[in-house]
Design a protein around this ligand. Structure first.
Ligand SMILES: [Zn+2]
Length: 196
């Protein structure tokens, strides 16, 4: 599907947030004022912390709520955590995304766009234990590169298995101080990380 230039800003924003989006959901966002569309996007992580694809029903639910409440709940809960990374989940490391919808794809095949030239990306999902509670940490590309000390270019050279190994070596079983944004459901989007 081709997107008009006017929609590129919204799509870019969506992809920049690390989300994928259904064409129908994108249409709804495009039909809103830019400001309103951004408001919906900003409240998405808190409302649907488990979702990686923005679907029509998500957008409709956010719009419904903001109509009733008149104010968008865009509060973020920024926290510092101290603890240990106790598991690196599957799907972490070097992955490919569809260039059109940003879905995680395998072998250059997107379920919506069929054969595409996949775009490489890096991410980590990990379990974190502070001694009292456990939660899931989400690392996007920049924090993955920083914490595993590997760039996307290097990861592409060494391949998926070696990249994942490098992430395990850098993170698994070690203690960290984490700056994160708490999402509903207990997940943390990592915004900074230091080994302690
Ligand atoms: Zn696609």
């Amino acid at each position: 599907m081709d997107y008009l230039p006017s929609s590129e800003g919204i799509l870019k924003k969506v992809l920049g947030y690390g989300y994928q989006i259904q064409p129908g959901a994108l249409k709804i966002l495009e039909s809103l004022d830019d400001e309103k569309a951004l408001e919906v996007l900003d409240s998405f992580p808190e409302k649907f912390p488990e979702a990686i694809v923005i679907e029509v029903k998500h957008v409709e639910r956010i719009l419904e709520k903001t109509r009733i409440k008149k104010t968008a709940e865009t509060r973020e809960f920024r926290l510092k955590l101290n603890g240990k990374i106790t598991q690196i989940y599957d799907g972490s490391g070097l992955i490919q995304r569809c260039p059109k919808c940003n879905r995680w794809i395998i072998d250059n095949f997107c379920i919506v766009h069929s054969d595409v030239e996949g775009v490489w990306d890096l991410r980590i999902k990990a379990r974190f234990d502070d001694g009292k509670e456990r939660c899931t940490l989400i690392f996007k590309r920049d924090l993955t590169e920083k914490s595993a000390n590997i760039t996307l270019e290097e990861a592409k050279k060494v391949g998926e298995a070696a990249t994942l190994e490098r992430i395990r070596e850098a993170l698994f079983g070690k203690n960290f101080e984490i700056d994160g944004v708490k999402l509903n459901g207990g997940n943390f989007l990592v915004t900074d990380i230091r080994e302690v």
